[in-house]
Ligand binder design. Structure first.
Ligand SMILES: CC[C@@H](C(=O)O)C(=O)SCCNC(=O)CCNC(=O)[C@H](O)C(C)(C)COP(=O)(O)OP(=O)(O)OC[C@H]1O[C@@H](n2cnc3c(N)ncnc32)[C@H](O)[C@@H]1OP(=O)(O)O
Ligand SMILES: [Co+2]
Length: 137
């Protein structure tokens, strides 16, 4: 079951500059950075009541964010729904015809298991499903 809008991700060419903007200009609370090797993506999270803004960058110029930045320069990249049973939701959505970008969920930020639906099968929006790990608070 989908339980929350977990985050909205913005692809940024310069992570430190974008962190400064949300921290200093907008005064948001900064939760910290994490590099997710499996996605070749650096993340920075800013929790807001009920959801978070996730900055995603490509420090090595590799992975999906590098291609997105190259083409678009940056922008709103994906929406992420939190789920309490990712395997059941993937099966349910596959049954309805949604095309997933991998066969099974893999590691995301904060020890979550994540999987993506292709934007072509979802009205042009990249959707991530994320199930928190056991150590999530
Ligand atoms: C850090 C962990 C995790 C977390 O815990 O939160 C993350 O958030 S990881 C974030 C980075 N990881 C991903 O995005 C993984 C899933 N994405 C992909 O596999 C690819 O980016 C993609 C969606 C399959 C696109 O890759 P590719 O096909 O190689 O790129 P193209 O540029 O050729 O795009 C094809 C087509 O899709 C459109 N597109 C691409 N990105 C997006 C997007 N973010 N939102 C909407 N649409 C997108 C693109 O415009 C192309 O369309 P056409 O031009 O009409 O063909
Ligand atoms: Co994400």
């Amino acid at each position: 079951m989908i339980t929350a809008l977990d985050h909205i991700a913005i692809a940024v060419p310069d992570l430190d500059e974008a962190i400064k903007r949300f921290l200093e200009d907008f005064g948001l609370t900064y939760k910290g950075q994490e590099y997710v090797e499996s996605q070749k993506t650096a993340t920075a999270f800013f929790p807001l009541p009920e959801t978070q803004i996730e900055l995603v960058a490509s420090p090595d110029g590799e992975g999906p964010i590098a291609k997105y930045i190259e083409k678009k320069g940056g922008g709103i990249h994906h929406l992420c729904f939190r789920t309490d049973d990712i395997h059941a939701d993937v099966a349910m959505l596959k049954e309805k015809g949604y095309q997933f970008l991998s066969d099974a969920p893999g590691p995301g930020a904060h020890g979550c298991q994540v999987i993506f639906i292709h934007p072509k099968s979802c009205g042009g929006v990249l959707i991530e499903l994320s199930q928190p790990g056991d150590d999530h608070h």
